[in-house]
Design a protein around this ligand. Structure first.
Ligand code: 6PG
Length: 473
């Protein structure tokens, strides 16, 4: 082994361990440190044949690295990241690089970037997606920070990232918090994708399909234009049997969804910027509603609704749900991209939306075949105002919308909640409607608050007020 390691990682939970093994497998020597030394020793002992250097104090860890030091943190997002940075600061030298690979809030990353830069160090806030398996075999990496830090980390990042058509699923996203921001949007989109799949599942269930029959459908879809990791794991999850009872595993899992916050952050950022992410919003709220299990159980026997049983041609339903899912998914990604474009303009990040779609093609949770079309759309027109106006997507939405409408109507008439399908459809219909009902809304605002309005028959920017009649109650 060399005297000094090429790379160091702090935080040996599963993601951290797997990233270390991934980096090491590309020919780098890696120093590791964990708050509890036993975990460090156990990990290194379990991989005795690897170029790993166990360290038991932060000082020993820092001294074991070649300069400029490259230190990656894989610790819980939040206070733990600051605590580790505090420990590192007195030990680092100018130009050393600290990389936060957790799911940190991008504004925390901006604060840490300013903090470390002021001290002469370099900071990278890197979104890392792909779960445990991705970390080991090749994640999608979204690093943000100064270009010089990216260049210093590039060889390692490119070697450990997933590859699609030979291209590594990593690129310099932008300065400051841009990397963690894009990872947050990735997660918001992930929430949308997962919810849309769950809505398809609830329709199939209402049509009386068994878990294995549904698994067949998802497997078949995974061979087509919906080919994606989440569709693939859905098929596998549906086929899984509980060893204890022999029943489908999904039937035994309580219908209360958890969430760690990145979806909610996406909504808060969208609200801050007045960008509509209604599909992602529906997905986050669906998780919240699912968590209100006791209220739902009580309400289910007190509030009536139609019979949630679909007596329909099954093959036709499957085909329609496919189209509804695809169209809804497109709008969900369009919303995420719209939010990224808005923030990119606001923060001068110069985000390359086509490039981002392309590094999401492998390694990450939302990896999917259709991302190629998003990359193509932005390559063809980098100033594309909205994804749904790109030729490929325009055509897809026009083709799929009949089935999409029928699915949403079918669900509504049978009392089956499809919040993400319907949010996507309403978003689509709102954006393709030339004249909405907001004329009446403006009249109401002017009526009670003299907020004024523009007129269709006068130049934009001229504001009018009407002396509305007095209300006598
Ligand atoms: C990824 C995932 C990962 C994590 C999610 C889970 O890209 O690898 O997004 O970061 O599994 O954050 O989030 P929830 O617990 O909120 O579903």
């Amino acid at each position: 082994m060399n005297n000094l390691s090429d790379f160091g990682l702090i935080g040996l939970a599963v993601m951290g361990q797997n990233l270390v093994l991934n980096v090491e497998s590309r020919g780098f020597q890696v120093s590791v440190y964990n708050r509890t030394g036993d975990a460090t020793d156990a990990f290194v002992a379990a991989h005795a044949d690897k170029k790993l250097v166990p360290t038991h104090t932060v000082a020993e860890f820092v001294q074991s690295l070649s300069k400029p030091r490259r230190v990656m943190l894989m610790v819980k997002a939040g206070a733990a990241v600051d605590a580790v940075i505090e420990q590192l600061i007195p030990l680092l030298d100018a130009n050393d690089i600290v990389i936060d690979g957790g799911n940190s809030l991008f504004t925390d990353t901006e604060r840490r970037d300013a903090w470390l830069t002021a001290k002469g160090f370099r900071f990278i806030g890197a979104g890392v997606s792909g779960g445990e398996e991705g970390a080991r075999k090749g994640p999608s990496i979204m690093p943000g920070g100064p270009a010089s830090s990216w260049e210093a980390m590039r060889p390692i990042f490119e070697s450990i990232a997933a590859k699609v058509d030979g291209a590594p699923c990593v690129m310099h996203i932008g300065p400051g918090g841009a990397g963690h921001y894009v990872k947050m949007i990735h997660n918001g989109i992930e929430y949308g994708d997962m919810q849309l799949i769950c809505e398809a599942y609830s329709l199939f269930k209402a049509a009386g399909m068994t878990a294995d029959e549904m698994a067949d459908v998802f497997d078949a879809w995974n061979e087509g234009d919906l080919h994606s990791y989440l569709i693939q794991i859905t098929g596998k999850a549906l086929r899984q049997r509980d060893p204890e009872t022999g029943q489908p595993m999904v039937d035994l899992i309580l219908d209360k969804a958890g969430q760690k916050g990145t979806g909610q952050w996406t909504l808060m950022n969208a609200a801050d910027n007045a960008v509509v992410v209604s599909t992602i919003n529906a997905a986050v709220e669906a998780r919240v509603l699912s968590s209100m299990k006791a209220l739902r159980v009580a309400a289910s026997s007190q509030l009536s609704g139609p019979e949630a049983t679909l007596e329909v041609d099954r093959q036709q339903l499957i085909a329609q749900v496919h189209d509804a899912l695809y169209a809804s998914k497109v709008l969900s990604y369009a919303q995420g991209l719209d939010l990224m474009r808005t923030m990119s303009d606001k923060k001068d990040w110069a985000l390359d939306l086509g490039g981002i779609a392309s590094i999401w093609r492998g390694g990450c949770i939302i990896r999917a075949r259709f991302l190629n079309h998003i990359t193509e759309a932005y390559r063809a027109d980098p100033t594309l105002p909205h994804l749904m106006l790109a030729p490929f997507f325009k055509n897809l939405l026009n083709t799929n919308q009949q089935a999409w409408r029928e699915v949403v109507a079918l669900a509504a008439s049978h009392g089956i909640p499809v919040p993400a399908f319907s949010a996507s459809l309403s978003y689509f219909d709102s954006l393709r409607t030339e004249r909405l009902s907001a004329n009446l809304l403006q009249a109401q605002r002017d009526f009670f608050g003299a907020h004024t309005y523009e007129r269709v028959d006068k130049p934009a920017g001229q504001w009018f007020h009407t002396a509305w009649p007095e209300v006598i109650e």
